[in-house]
Ligand binder design. Structure first.
Ligand code: AHR
Length: 503
């Protein structure tokens, strides 16, 4: 067995984890809303028509903030259609996914649902087919107390107190060819500057997110970030990053090595934000909102079939990824990467939450279940809130076809000072070799092991379904801690959560 060595010192700190790092996303897409979170008539639906089985699984994840209503959907979203008495709401064409949006679930319903899962709303405005005025009207409807056209409209619709939504995305993936109302850098820079300015005049307490590149390989990345921030810097607080990974190399080593690409992506965006800061002689720092991240590749073929050959259905099964064990490892690696940048990545949204690229799946007639990726996200959300520490680590490495030599073990340590707990998250992405992990924890004084959780599988393609959880965590006993030195084996292809108590 080769050795993985880690030294953790409580005084070497990267940054406090913002709870919004464990956010997620619900888009009006596929079965995320209809027959996902909302299904009146289902035996498990509550009085509002919300599926109580879904509420329970989402609550377990402790998701603090949920982005809404898109995604690509937002770029032709007419928010007025989704508010007021349901009988008067009309269906609309959703061109982004070529489906029919019935509008029986809208802003008020989403607000109620987020109340039931204890999450805040991160709202996106349509800067594709609409613009500054509509974004302002929506903000006035949501956050202004009353006595104006749109705030009174909200009150008339039965919601006296403002929704008081604090986080707002200025459009979605505005550089994307697929985006309705796609913009050039200059066009987006200007419209986001003017919209941001106006929105902050209405409610200076809100925070705004500027659209970054749709993903790292966009031809205009990272110039897009530099040019657009050049315009809107004074009005925005965050810039967005989106990235989905998949086994497009057809080999697991390169698939799992892509978390290193994610790390590069984050570092580059930080550099661009700081470059614009320097250029503007500004004292303000722009932080990062990684507001779409996940694995997405299994379902790509079905998407084309439904959107092109069978358009204008209500809630067809779109982007329904059936995640396997390898995908859970990849999600674990992505979470570790986000945590390592806790000083600058303040918001992140696992995209998405229910049925669409989701940790939670539903059967329209039966119950809901947890996909494989549910578990690394759950562990990080439960135990990853605290101070991320700068660790010294040495790991064996292996060769990959596309990424060259990569480290076998990727890990991060989080210290919850108040609870006197240290958690180490580690993925051994070597598919063959078990490694012995040795952690030096002496700076914490006397410590004991709370538990070691691991996710392992003999079958890397194993999936969960409604009837069987083939991939779920188990408690491992193979851990020893003496005089501040911890030793434990990390199985080949494994996700590990090591929880320590400071005595
Ligand atoms: O999450 C699915 C889609 O991926 C979103 O609508 C879009 O923003 C991204 O391309």
């Amino acid at each position: 067995m080769k050795i993985v060595k880690i030294i953790i010192d409580k005084d070497y700190q990267i940054g406090e984890v913002d709870k919004r790092l464990f956010g997620s996303f619900i888009e009006h897409l596929g079965r995320a809303v209809y027959s996902g979170i909302y299904q009146p008539g289902h035996p498990l639906a509550d009085a509002d028509g919300f599926r109580s089985d879904v509420i329970q699984l989402v609550k377990e994840l402790k998701v603090p903030v949920i982005r809404y209503p898109g995604g690509n959907f937002v770029s032709n979203f007419f928010w007025e259609d989704s508010v007021g008495p349901k009988e008067a709401r009309k269906p609309r064409l959703d061109m982004a996914w070529r489906t029919l949006e019935p509008n029986t679930f809208g802003l008020e319903e989403f607000f109620r649902w987020t109340g039931k899962v204890d999450a805040d709303i991160m709202m996106a405005v349509n800067l594709g087919t609409r613009g500054t005025a509509d974004a302002c009207n929506l903000l006035e409807y949501c956050n202004f107390k009353g006595g104006t056209k749109y705030s009174d409209m909200r009150i008339h619709h039965g919601r006296k107190d403002p929704y008081d939504i604090k986080l707002w995305c200025l459009g979605n993936e505005m550089d994307g060819e697929w985006q309705l109302g796609k913009k050039t850098m200059e066009e987006y820079g200007r419209i986001s500057e003017e919209t941001g300015k106006a929105m902050k005049l209405i409610d200076p307490s809100i925070e705004l997110i500027s659209c970054g590149s749709s993903f790292m390989t966009m031809p205009t990345f990272p110039e897009w970030e530099a040019v657009t921030l050049g315009y809107n810097y004074d009005y925005v607080d965050y810039i967005s990053l989106h990235q989905y990974y998949g086994d497009t190399f057809y080999n697991t080593d390169d698939y799992l090595a892509q978390s290193d690409d994610m790390d590069e992506f984050i570092k580059t965006v930080i550099s661009v934000c700081d470059y614009v800061k320097a250029k503007k002689r500004s004292r303000k720092t722009i932080n990062l909102s990684f507001d779409e991240w996940n694995v997405w590749f299994h379902s790509k073929k079905e998407e084309v079939d439904i959107t092109q050959r069978h358009p204008w259905q209500i809630a067809p099964p779109l982007l329904e990824e059936h995640y396997n064990f390898e995908d859970a490892l990849m999600v674990g690696l992505m979470i570790i990467t986000l945590l390592k940048h806790a000083d600058r990545v303040k918001i992140a949204c696992l995209a998405q939450l229910v049925n669409v690229l989701a940790p939670v799946m539903t059967d329209p007639e039966k119950g809901a279940w947890r996909q494989t990726i549910y578990y690394p996200f759950l562990h990080a959300s439960l135990y990853g809130r605290g101070m991320v520490l700068q660790t010294m680590s040495v790991s064996p490495s292996h060769e990959t076809k596309e990424h060259g030599e990569v480290k076998d073990v990727v890990s991060v340590a989080v210290y919850l000072e108040k609870e006197k707990e240290i958690t180490i998250f580690a993925v051994n992405r070597n598919l063959e070799d078990i490694h012995q992990m040795e952690i030096d924890l002496r700076s914490f004084g006397e410590c004991s092991v709370i538990e070691k959780l691991e996710l392992v599988s003999d079958d890397r393609k194993a999936e969960n379904d409604l009837f069987m959880e083939r991939v779920k965590p188990r408690i491992a006993e193979d851990i020893k801690l003496e005089d501040g030195r911890l030793e434990t084996p990390l199985k080949n292809a494994s996700w590990n959560v090591i929880r320590i108590k400071q005595i």
